[in-house]
Design a protein around this ligand. Structure first.
Ligand SMILES: Cc1ncc(COP(=O)(O)O)c(C=O)c1O
Length: 430
């Protein structure tokens, strides 16, 4: 049996005894609805649960329209097309996000221009965004990433002055609010993912929210093989007519809608729990000092849904321990904190794009040279300073959170031992 004070990395007892709360969660209501759906024979094609969810979700986000799609990548594709992005247009994408944000734009023939991020919030830097605008720029995709929102005052102002369309990528922030307005209602369209890890999930799935009738109609046609409602105001899901858009099948099923309705009913309470936990952890870490600190919440973020909690690791305060060594020491203690996605322009998928994409319009000469690109804030955040904790931990009780704080305290108190451990390890590997 290892000792309580010795690092778990070197054989001590882990500081966190309990497992992280399970995710995803579902309740009896979904189970009952699911059984009804199975017997109903209405499994897809805008069934009653999908319609009900769209009504509930648009009320929750505060937009006039909402429609469900197959995932949070095709939502971006359709939203970009619906706001007017055409092959050859430039779309501004932050250098740090899941690769799908860039792929969605590329897959409709747009040229993706990567923009550096704020080094602390990890979201698109508005000054860098403005500097990247050219006469060919049509839209920007601010991604509300992990546990912070983009500066939507600055981004909204740039979009207005420079005539850009804004598609918010809200895959991480269902319910987050900027000055009381939900993400997804702040631009021309909002794109949501309901993939299994997300705070609102149906395993896979997505939604687009918007206030503009034409954006809704176009997204509808794009997901419904070209068909759209003939009279949106009277019947947003019915009386379909064939339009003039080349659409696909990006529909979801009634089973997914059932899970979404159940999840949405729990989301406000879960958000409140996560907000409380995040505030508690931030306060405890600040009081203790040390290289790992929670990123301060912007006062304009009036609600935060915390897909992850975002931390900043200061290597200058870590006595030669790198971010990755630090996280491995914490993981050994049972505190599962980790690093971010890699910078998107280094993703191997993007190197394949020119050779295998069926989209013929992309002019390689007009595209940013991803192989040579180096956006310093994104590079440093990914390699050295950004640390994340998944939202499931924030659903833990006080005793669980205290275990995480104890793990951080323990690692902070043993930085020299952490460093010695990894140095010995690397010597042993030669
Ligand atoms: C920021 C971001 N955008 C878009 C997506 C794409 O969503 P999906 O996996 O549902 O296609 C994800 C998925 O993880 C994401 O994290």
């Amino acid at each position: 049996m290892g000792s309580q004070s010795e690092l778990a990395l070197t054989g001590g007892t882990p500081a966190v005894a309990a497992q992280a709360p399970a995710w995803p969660v579902a309740g009896e209501q979904e189970a009952a609805w699911m059984a009804e759906v199975v017997r109903s024979g209405k499994w897809s094609w805008l069934g009653p649960h999908e319609r009900a969810f769209c009504e509930e979700y648009k009320a929750f986000i505060g937009t006039r329209y909402c429609l469900c799609l197959a995932n949070g990548t095709v939502t971006l594709q359709c939203a970009l097309q619906a706001v007017g992005v055409e092959p050859g247009d430039e779309v501004l994408v932050p250098a740090l996000t899941w690769v799908a944000t860039a792929q969605a734009a590329m897959d409709i023939g747009a040229n993706v221009v990567f923009v550096d991020i704020d080094p602390v919030t990890l979201c698109m830097d508005p000054a860098a965004m403005e500097a990247a605008i050219t006469p060919r720029t049509k839209a920007a995709i601010p991604v509300h990433l992990y546990g912070c929102m983009c500066d939507m005052d600055a981004i909204g102002d740039i979009a207005k002055r420079r005539g850009l369309r804004i598609v918010e990528d809200v895959a991480h922030q269902h319910g987050s609010q900027w000055r009381g307005v939900c993400a997804g209602a702040l631009g021309d369209a909002g794109s949501f993912s309901f993939q299994q890890s997300k705070v609102l999930t149906s395993g896979e799935g997505g939604a687009v929210t918007c206030n503009d009738k034409e954006v809704y109609e176009t997204c509808f046609a794009l997901k419904q093989v070209g068909w759209r409602p003939g009279n949106v105001e009277e019947a947003p899901y019915d009386d379909l007519v064939q339009g003039n858009r080349y659409g696909h099948n990006y529909r979801i099923t009634e089973m997914q809608a059932v899970l979404l309705r159940g999840g949405l009913s729990r989301l406000p309470e879960q958000m409140a729990h996560r907000e409380e936990s995040a505030a508690y952890l931030a306060e405890r870490l600040e009081a203790a000092g040390g290289p790992l600190q929670a990123v301060k919440r912007d006062a304009r973020v009036t609600r935060q849904s915390y897909y992850c909690m975002t931390f900043f690791f200061d290597p200058g305060q870590a006595g030669g321990v790198t971010r990755d060594m630090y996280c491995r020491a914490l993981a050994a203690e049972g505190a599962g904190l980790g690093a971010t996605y890699g910078v998107v322009y280094r993703n191997p998928l993007l190197n394949l794009y020119d050779r295998t994409s069926p989209i013929p319009y992309r002019d390689a000469a007009a595209v940013q040279d991803y192989a040579r690109l180096e956006l310093p804030n994104a590079e440093r955040a990914c390699a050295e300073t950004a640390v994340l904790m998944s939202h499931t931990h924030l659903l833990g009780d006080r005793a669980y959170l205290d275990g995480i704080v104890a793990a951080v305290d323990k690692v902070n108190g043993s930085l020299a031992a952490v460093r010695a451990h990894f140095e010995a390890d690397s010597e042993a590997r030669g």
